[in-house]
Design a protein around this ligand. Structure first.
Ligand SMILES: [Zn+2]
Length: 345
């Protein structure tokens, strides 16, 4: 069996674990509902239990380290989860220390949006790019920036909070307290809210039919638009224009080789793409207009494989992978280590 990483994607609702190969292939996967209200010790207990389950099922697995992603804010260098709003009782938890002591393996930590960006860059829609912006559009909007071959962390790892860039002066208040955040106008939640306001229970609209006269969600809007519903098509147009405005800002700020769009709303990417493109063509300066916007490829495993790549990908001296490769070379068991540049493009 080849060299593997244990990977965990800790979310506010679901905790996922996997064994991931150097190629990015997930060979085993498990998940359970996160005990998000129970504090850090309970959730760390869940991580340890999931790891035990994966390793018991794959006793020959040669695990060289643990890659982990969690909601921000977190400090990836110090390995500390600072205090995510979706996890109760997590205050400056030294997760790398705790897990490396538990397992006796190297542990790396990254925030979930950056890990998904790494996953798409190394194994998904962004393979071969020198720079990219990954944007996840679902309940909220998050993102990660790969700039000149590295995740861009910024001060305290807080860079690329793109959901909270102000792109208008009106609309609903964002949970962060501001009005006009990208996330407040362009997330799946915002799209569902607009659709809910546009319709009423019992009005016979396609949108309310799909939602069984409850609140309309972004998923219902995509489904109705696909079926040709005019109101849903107009909502999709408006959504795409907001996304196009936000993406234009990202082009001007980071000059990526491409923008990768993931998250739940990427299911409607084909419907959104023409108006996203038209908005970019209208608003971006000439030199930025030919940058592709593409859908993500890895779905909900982007974070897991990105987290695994923190352990498996980097071949610089002193990293977990390089040490194992040295060991393999000494024992005459290993082949040539993969040079990151060679396998990346
Ligand atoms: Zn905000």
């Amino acid at each position: 069996m080849s060299t593997l990483a244990l990977a965990f994607d800790l979310g506010g609702t679901e905790l996922r674990g996997a064994l991931v190969e150097r190629s990015g292939e997930v060979i085993a996967r498990t998940s359970e509902a996160t005990l998000a209200g129970a504090g850090s010790e309970a959730v760390i207990g869940q991580i340890i239990a999931l790891a035990g389950r994966l390793l018991n099922e794959h006793p020959q697995a040669k695990v060289i380290g643990i890659g982990m992603c969690a909601p921000g804010p977190l400090d990836p260098k110090a390995g500390i989860v600072i205090g995510p709003p979706t996890l109760a009782g997590w205050h400056n938890v030294p997760l790398i220390d705790i897990l490396s002591r538990q397992f006796g393996l190297p542990v790396r930590l990254e925030n979930d949006a950056n890990a998904a960006a790494l996953g798409e860059w190394r194994f998904g829609a962004g393979r071969g790019a020198g720079s990219l912006v990954f944007v996840t559009v679902s309940t909220g909007i998050g993102g990660g920036v790969v700039a000149d071959g590295h995740i861009y962390h910024g001060r305290r790892g807080l860079a690329a909070e793109i959901g909270h860039m102000t792109i208008t002066g009106e609309g609903d208040r964002c949970f962060c307290g501001n009005v006009g955040c990208f996330e407040a106008v362009a997330s799946g939640t915002a799209l569902g809210r607009r659709a809910t306001r546009l319709t009423a229970p019992g009005d016979g609209s396609k949108l309310r039919h799909l939602s069984k006269d409850g609140n309309v969600s972004a998923r219902h809007v995509v489904e109705a638009a696909r079926a040709g519903d005019a109101a849903a098509r107009e909502l999709i147009e408006e959504e795409a224009r907001w996304l196009g405005i936000g993406f234009t800002n990202l082009l001007h700020l980071y000059s990526p080789d491409l923008i990768v769009m993931g998250g739940g709303l990427a299911n409607g990417f084909d419907l959104l793409a023409p108006s996203i493109r038209a908005t970019i063509d209208e608003r971006a300066m000439q030199a930025y207009r030919d940058v592709p916007v593409v859908p993500a490829e890895l779905g909900d495993r982007a974070g897991l494989v990105g987290a695994a790549s923190l352990i498996l990908w980097e071949g610089e001296p002193g990293t977990a992978l390089a040490m194992v490769q040295d060991e393999e070379t000494k024992n005459g068991a290993g082949g040539q280590p993969d040079a990151p540049e060679a396998s990346h493009g």
